[in-house]
Design a protein around this ligand. Structure first.
Ligand code: 5GP
Length: 172
């Protein structure tokens, strides 16, 4: 059988959700300086769209983690690209593409907390809360979603489909 992509969230739906998130974040951090810690590579397009609409001065940092192989989680997380600048004493907002089991985020929050941040919150575009294995609740959620394997708008299968402007269910 050949692989199928089924549309789940259109680019219009994504844009509306990103706009709402940016507005809430801009309101909550008004008057503060913010550091966005963008989780590569999946959150790349989301962060680019979000950062340009938040409306408070911010700095961008990128981190790369390894935890997911193909379509199943390995459960172990390692940092494969660390931050360039210091985030000690800063208000930090993690920008994630999707939270699934929560294992990646749990590790990341521990890692960033140890760097002496002033505050630490999480914004994720997609949240598969029904799949959680650890108790973690993102502070800002764009789209709560079902247990489907999604691709597009940054999300990949073996580095494919990231460039698609909408989000699709991947049916192998
Ligand atoms: P967690 O540690 O929460 O189980 O997994 C988080 C990471 O797994 C995400 O940052 C993402 O890279 C990957 N992931 C989880 N669900 C999906 C999905 O539906 N599609 C894709 N492409 N990646 C996913």
């Amino acid at each position: 059988m050949s692989t199928k992509l089924q549309l789940v969230y259109s680019s219009g739906q994504i844009a509306a959700s990103v706009g709402t998130l940016a507005q809430r974040i801009g309101y909550d951090y008004a008057g503060e300086e913010l550091v966005l810690v963008v989780v590569l590579k999946g959150a790349l397009f989301f962060a680019a769209d979000l950062a340009r609409q938040i409306g408070v001065p911010l700095r961008l940092e990128f981190i790369k983690l390894s935890s997911y192989k193909g379509t199943s989680s390995t459960g172990t997380v390692t940092v494969t690209k660390g931050l360039d600048g210091s985030i000690a004493g800063k208000h930090v907002l993690v920008v994630e593409d999707i939270v699934d089991t929560g294992l990646t985020l749990k590790f990341l929050l521990g890692y960033l907390n140890d760097l002496g941040v002033r505050s630490l919150k999480v914004c994720t575009l997609l949240d598969k809360s029904g799949r959680r294995e650890v108790s973690i609740t993102p502070d800002y959620v764009g789209i709560p979603c079902e247990n489907k394997f999604l691709v597009g708008y940054g999300l990949d299968v073996d580095e494919r489909y990231r460039e698609l402007p909408a989000i699709y269910e991947y049916i192998p």
